[in-house]
Write a protein that binds this ligand. Structure first.
Ligand code: ADP
Ligand code: MG
Ligand code: MG
Length: 874
């Protein structure tokens, strides 16, 4: 049999989205469940592919099938295409598998010409309607198929109105419209030197070709790139008999959702216009009425429509977005698809549909996009105000939420202003650990450099604070305390607003509304917990972060960084003393000052976490990060420490590194200066013993050695940690249990993981560094070229956000296999930023990790993503 290129609506079904496109498949499905759908047929996506194979020509075969389906449509409708007495008019609608703005617009009223228009006028007894439809068709066809600028038609229309002193389109008479049709046709001639095609069959084939061609127009290509839609799947074309919403006061057209798309409330939400066609509702030509009004104007139609909406929702088991038209008191359904909704609506609808028995808990858990949960946990801008604002710059959406406040360029000033009760935004080129306090007090953070895993981004996400990072078009001058955007200079105290979910920066104040986590949220999370296998921990460095994470459902801490503990105002001095000490003795003295404060930090965290596991990482960053850079600060330090400025400067330059990320950091520090690791171990063990005793609970601290590349590093440090721990236990007369493990973040450690495992009770994959080192992309500088790489098709996603499964992922997989071969019960987790990214979580589930760890505000995202990974596996 010949290949089937064309399907009648009644021959298709919803399962054929690949072949018929989304619109076509659903028109078919609606037809089959008895909805009043104007009949028609769909030219398949395969025909589109064939069209391109044939150098942008429709084959004889396809044309033949279109013609034969057209005659079936004539029989179905009792009308004849091109017939002057009883003409069939159709719409030509594009429809790919995925809804794709940017492709060809729909053409309505196709089939009209100088003869058929008279037929329509006679049958309807309404020549004005007939000529209005005709002029609309000529205009749409010219614009969409032949790309004649729309304004030429608009100008002609306006000219006609002006000449007659009309204000509204509706004032144009049948005769005016008749003249307008002539003028429009003239535009075809003068613009592109073609006659308006009067033969309906030609009109139809030209329109079908135009839809296929629009698949590869620039707008469509750009859109597909943006949303990762393949370029080779093609679009379908739907040819559908026309119904008219513009035939007077018993006609109309509208769109509706089966539930409220912003709140999720289970009540049909929609708008309609009386006496209007097609997209008049969306185009905002007149202000539409809410769907409730339909109940007053046409109660019977209203009931029919509500029933139809209900039937569709029951059938699809999901919220539907519906287009309908009423032609002289008769209802027609023109489109249905799953409705786009806010995170709030998605959550509410999913949970309520379980209550209604429409879907199962599993389906509800699968239906909510984990990424969208972010929206629910953070403040957002007042939507009405946001609509009125345009961004002045766009950076990376580094940490979600919305913030508005006065700008400050140093952490100290942000802190001071915040303490005075001002809402502040900290603006920096990039942040460093010294800025923590300012970041903490500010409402939001804006940086002009750095990527999604820059210091600012990581810390802000941890704090649940809004952050826009790497906003390169903002020129920050920290010395002058200005930021310049498009030649406009902002100074300290000026107001700006940030949207950390989109990366947009706005001038001035936009008010924010607080997040509202309703009962539905918890319910869905509980269901998610029933289905997931992965454990969910959090990355938290303070008792406050830890507590927040617990309320979001964290089951432990997967990464507690200790460097922040060195940075606090009151202790940085001791830390600096320790660093510039010349002798072991001096260094140990300084460390002895730090020990009690660090122990207290750990106690605070253990108290909040109780018996939940806590992984603490030994000091990781290079020492120079703790040393002042400012001349005055250095002077001050020299005086306070009673060392010669020259000597101090020498010491500081000796700490300088060309490539600190690959320099003297992580376990390398502990190898050179074991006393630092010793102090930290003692602080951890003492804290754990004390809290265990005080609270009468069993705490098992997990001590993690960063940046191991060779097993010997871990071998030496494990021995050292155990020595100190045992000594401490003996002194304190305790039988505390503890674990010693390592962060796997160096490729070499991955491929020798069996050796490393010998000395590790656990592995925690530090996928930020692992990605940095596997690719050789500096995570602080990669922002400069990642976009180019995406555009050139080298990278599909930012590998610092979503794990690169083929490369970095392979390293992880290898380490899992080797590690578990060497040690069957090796406990495995991930603590890089990827632990809160849904696609990455799914990957970690598949490779068999025990848990993922992410910043507190991403814990719910990880819980849901982990559940979906488990359910999708079934
Ligand atoms: P889009 O994908 O942009 O929504 P559609 O193909 O759905 O485009 O069509 C645009 C408008 O024209 C919609 O309001 C739709 O309901 C209306 N429309 C499409 N086909 C017909 C038809 N056969 N009769 C009446 N109105 C139609
Ligand atoms: Mg539509
Ligand atoms: Mg690291």
């Amino acid at each position: 049999m010949d290949k089937k290129w064309v399907y009648l609506f009644k021959e298709g079904s919803a399962s054929q989205k690949n072949l018929l496109g989304g619109k076509g498949a659903n028109l078919a499905e609606m037809t089959n469940i008895g909805m009043p759908v104007p009949q028609g047929f769909t030219v398949t996506t395969e025909a589109c592919t064939e069209f391109y194979i044939q150098d942008e020509k429709l084959t004889e075969d396809i044309i033949k099938q279109i013609e034969s389906n057209l005659s079936t449509l004539e029989q179905q409708t009792g009308k004849v295409f091109g017939n002057a007495e009883n003409p069939l008019l159709v719409s030509v609608r594009s429809g790919a598998k995925f809804s794709m703005p940017g492709m060809m617009d729909t053409i309505l009223n196709l089939g009209l010409n100088d003869e058929t228009v008279e037929g329509v006028a006679k049958i309807t007894g309404n020549p004005r309607f007939a000529y209005d439809s005709y002029r609309r068709f000529i205009q749409m066809f010219g614009d969409v198929v032949l790309e004649i600028p729309k304004y030429l038609f608009d100008n002609a229309l306006e000219g006609k109105k002006e000449k007659n002193g009309y204000k509204l389109d509706t004032e144009l008479t049948a005769d005016d419209l008749k003249e307008l049709v002539k003028e429009f046709k003239q535009i075809y001639k003068s613009e592109i030197n073609v006659e308006f095609p009067t033969n309906p069959e030609n009109q139809l084939l030209m329109a079908v070709e135009a839809v296929f061609k629009s698949w590869n127009n620039q707008r469509a290509i750009t859109y597909r790139n943006l949303y990762d839609i393949p370029h080779d799947i093609g679009t379908a074309v739907n040819v559908q008999s026309m119904v008219f919403g513009n035939m007077g006061d018993t006609s109309g057209t509208g769109v509706a959702f089966t539930r409220n798309p912003s709140t999720g409330e289970n009540k049909v939400f929609g708008e309609f216009l009386i006496n209007a066609q097609g997209e008049d509702v969306v185009a905002g030509i007149r202000t539409p009425l809410t769907i409730d009004k339909l109940n007053e104007i046409m109660p019977e139609i209203y009931d029919q429509f509500i029933n139809a909406a209900h039937t569709l929702e029951q059938h699809y088991k999901d919220m539907q977005d519906i287009e309908f038209t009423i032609e002289q008191g008769k209802l027609y359904m023109l489109q249905t698809r799953s409705g786009k909704r806010t995170a709030e609506a998605s959550l509410r609808a999913a949970v309520e549909m379980v209550g209604e028995g429409l879907i199962t808990k599993e389906e509800a858990v699968l239906r909510v996009d984990p990424k969208s949960l972010d929206q629910l946990l953070h403040p957002k801008f007042d939507p009405a105000e946001l609509k009125k604002s345009t961004p002045i710059a766009k950076g990376l959406p580094a940490s979600p939420g919305a913030a508005t406040g006065k700008i400050y360029f140093t952490a100290e000033e942000a802190v001071a202003a915040s303490l005075k009760g001002e809402a502040t935004i900290l603006v920096r080129k990039e942040t460093s650990p010294e800025d923590i306090e300012g970041m903490n007090k500010a409402k939001g953070i804006l940086t002009s450099r750095g990527g999604m895993t820059s210091h600012a981004a990581v810390v802000a996400r941890g704090m649940g604070k809004c952050c826009v990072a790497g906003c390169e078009t903002v020129n920050v001058d920290e010395r002058k305390k200005t930021m310049t955007v498009n030649n406009e200079v902002f100074t300290e105290g000026d107001y700006i607003s940030l949207d950390g979910s989109t990366g947009s920066v706005y001038k001035g104040i936009i008010s924010t509304v607080e997040a509202n986590i309703s009962g539905n949220f918890e319910k869905l999370m509980d269901w998610a917990d029933e289905f997931r296998r992965l454990g969910i921990r959090t990355n938290a460095d303070t008792p406050t972060d830890a507590a927040t994470a617990i309320t979001f459902g964290a089951e432990g801490i997967g990464l507690c960084r200790t460097e922040h503990m060195f940075f606090e105002e009151s202790r940085i001095f001791s830390v600096r003393k320790m660093i510039i000490s010349d002798s072991l003795e001096q260094r140990e003295k300084a460390l002895a000052e730090i020990l009690p404060v660090q122990k207290n930090d750990f106690k605070g965290i253990f108290k909040v976490m109780g018996i939940r596991p806590v992984t603490i990482r030994l000091l990781d960053p290079p020492l120079h990060e703790f040393i002042p850079t400012d001349e005055d600060d250095i002077k001050e330090l020299a005086e306070a420490m009673n060392v010669a400025l020259l000597k101090l400067n020498d010491k500081i330059s000796s700490l300088h590194e060309f490539n600190p990320m690959l320099g003297h950091r992580g376990c390398r520090l502990a190898i050179s200066f074991p006393e630092i690791a010793k102090m930290q171990t003692r602080a951890i063990i003492e804290a754990a013993i004390e809290v265990s005793n005080e609270e009468n609970i069993k705490i098992v601290p997990e001590i993690m050695v960063p940046l191991v590349g060779k097993k010997e590093e871990l071998e030496i440090l494990r021995k050292l940690i155990i020595e100190v721990a045992e000594e401490t236990k003996k002194e304190m007369n305790s039988n505390l249990e503890y674990l010693v493990g390592t962060m796997i973040e160096i490729p070499r450690a991955c491929i020798t993981a069996d050796e490393v495992a010998e000395y590790a009770d656990f592995f925690s994959f530090g996928t930020n560094d692992l990605t940095q080192m596997a690719f050789g992309y500096s995570r602080d500088d990669a922002g400069k070229f990642l976009e180019d790489y995406k555009e050139a098709g080298i990278l599909e996603q930012d590998p610092f956000q979503t794990i690169d499964q083929d490369g970095v992922g392979k390293l992880v997989e290898t380490a899992v296999k080797l590690g578990r071969n060497a040690k069957e019960h090796l406990h495995l987790g991930v603590c890089g930023e990827h632990g809160g990214d849904p696609a990455s979580v799914e990957f970690f589930h598949k490779v068999g990790l025990d848990y993922v760890s992410c910043s507190p505000f991403r814990v719910p995202v990880a819980r849901l993503a982990a559940a979906q990974a488990a359910l999708n596996e079934k």
